[in-house]
Write a protein that binds this ligand. Structure first.
Ligand SMILES: Nc1ncnc2c1ncn2[C@@H]1O[C@H](COP(=O)(O)OP(=O)(O)OP(=O)(O)O)[C@@H](O)[C@H]1O
Ligand SMILES: [Mg+2]
Length: 257
């Protein structure tokens, strides 16, 4: 079986500093992984490697069996279209209707003429509708995206990834700015977004939510993987450094445990 993601001896350097170091990681099809670690640990940098937005300074990264950093442009684009990403800033176009934003998930799979046409006339609304139904927003299809709440916008971003029918899903802080129940909902949607073979890698600030919702935790500290395993086995000091207070309660800003 080809791994969804395989990193071997990976490092990423920004100037003199190494943002990621010696990262070895495999994620199999169907596996669901939460990436935890304090701000600046390298979570976004790692996710960018997985979808080919970034390239390693050392080592190799394979996505769905393809080394994106070395692949010819056509192949790169074809593989990247099979990976759905919910970005940290969502990347939604506010003044467009919800349906346009969701249909954009299919852009990578369409010929250019169709992608261009979709800017004027939304394509495959049946599919966009099904995706929005899945996230509980079927009635908001034609609403302007900037009229939605923060939680609803997160769900539109998930619907866009759903519409892409990806083989792997990446999400960078998809619960940021949501309360716990809404955050939990979005994670459940992501976990059911693909089929049984869809790999999922999600970065999360909320350590408790990561432990509750994911069977596999990968913890980053200063660009290194310091833990990779089931939630029950994450060492306490790793949890604390990743942002959880020593008591297990959410940390209060400015107060260290
Ligand atoms: N393009 C860049 N140029 C220079 N430094 C960078 C660049 N991208 C990231 N870094 C540095 O790499 C480190 C890791 O950044 P990254 O965004 O991956 O962290 P993160 O774990 O996602 O943090 P957060 O939880 O705040 O989103 C940071 O110290 C950041 O300043
Ligand atoms: Mg980040």
């Amino acid at each position: 079986m080809t791994a969804a993601f395989a990193l071997r001896g990976v490092g990423v350097r920004h100037g003199e500093a190494w943002t990621l170091r010696d990262v070895d990681l495999e994620v199999q099809p169907g596996e669901h992984v939460a990436l935890i670690g304090p701000s600046g640990a390298g979570k976004t940098t790692l996710l960018a490697l997985l979808n080919g937005l970034g390239s390693p300074s050392a080592g190799t990264v394979e996505t769905l069996g393809c080394e994106l950093a070395r692949a010819p442009e056509r192949r790169r684009r074809a593989v990247r279209a099979r990976v759905g990403t919910v970005h940290q800033g969502l990347h939604l176009v506010d003044r467009l209707a919800v349906v346009h934003n969701v249909s954009a998930g299919r852009l990578g799979a369409w010929p250019l003429w169709r992608a261009a046409l979709s800017l004027a006339v939304p394509q495959e609304t049946g599919e966009a509708r099904a995706a929005l139904e899945h996230v509980g927003l079927a009635d908001r299809l034609w609403e302007r995206t900037d009229r939605l709440s923060g939680g609803e916008r997160q769900r539109v971003a998930v619907a866009r990834v759903l519409a892409q029918r990806p083989e792997a899903v990446l999400a960078d802080e998809p619960t940021a700015s949501l309360d716990r129940p809404r955050g939990r909902e979005v994670l459940a949607l992501l976990r059911t977004a693909g089929g049984p073979g869809t790999a999922l890698v999600v970065s999360l600030h909320d350590v408790d939510l990561a432990l509750e919702c994911f069977p596999r935790i990968v913890a980053l500290l200063d660009g290194r993987v310091v833990f990779d395993g089931p939630p029950a086995q994450v060492p306490r000091d790793v949890l604390v450094r990743a942002g959880r207070s020593a008591t297990g309660a959410p940390e209060v800003a400015g107060v260290t445990a």
